[in-house]
Design a protein around this ligand. Sequence first.
Ligand SMILES: Nc1ncnc2c1ncn2[C@@H]1O[C@H](COP(=O)(O)OP(=O)(O)OP(=O)(O)O)[C@@H](O)[C@H]1O
Ligand SMILES: [Mg+2]
Length: 225
Amino acid sequence: MTSLAVHGLSVARGERTLVEGVDLRLTGGTVCALLGPSGCGKSSLLAVLAGQLRPRSGSVAVTRGSLISDPALRPVTALLPQELALAGPSSLLANAANGRLRSRPFLRFPWGPGRADRTEAMDLLRRLGIGHLAHREARRVSGGERQRCALARTMLTGAPVWLLDEPVSQLDPDTARVAMDLVRARAVVSDAVVVAALHQPALADLCDQRLELDGAGGWHLTEAA
Ligand SMILES: Nc1ncnc2c1ncn2[C@@H]1O[C@H](COP(=O)(O)OP(=O)(O)OP(=O)(O)O)[C@@H](O)[C@H]1O
Ligand SMILES: [Mg+2]
């Protein structure tokens, strides 16, 4: 079972303390909504969990069976950044299937993802309502379609922890709900811990836990009803 344990974690940007002393323990299959106003520190906290930004203090540990690791080791976490980072000239299918290469970097060249990986990627694209665009270049689809592709890519990484930075911000409410339901279901199957920065309260209500930041160091953790 995967577990993400955060102890006494403080995150700052320059002089400003964004969040202070977070204690949190999440297990595989759990989705935690990360909430708070724009600029409060959600992306910064995700960057710390991803090992891309040093915390001011505290620790983050990821455990899965015998694997006990600091997230500075990249393969432990998969970060879906707010700006998506897709390869524009590649198809949605290729972008999504490339998620698989993270866990198997030796496949990267010259073969790329195999047939099973592409089949799984296609299945996710269909479930997200963009199967018909699978062979279209990522730069030639809409923002919300790109966002769903990036979400599929993250879910295909096999990483124990998925850090999703506003993964459905460009989607209409119904499509966003379908996407978050899929994230939940896949997290259970993949034994993945999910932390998702969200601005939509209705979507946060679907999550197992809510971590709310006030942007001045304060935070509040609640279990879903
Ligand atoms: N690279 C950086 N260097 C310095 N300050 C930064 C940097 N990135 C963000 N900040 C500042 O840190 C604070 C928190 O930013 P962060 O991106 O974590 O907020 P956020 O909660 O994700 O906001 P949003 O909802 O708008 O995405 C903001 O005041 C922001 O201006
Ligand atoms: Mg942000």
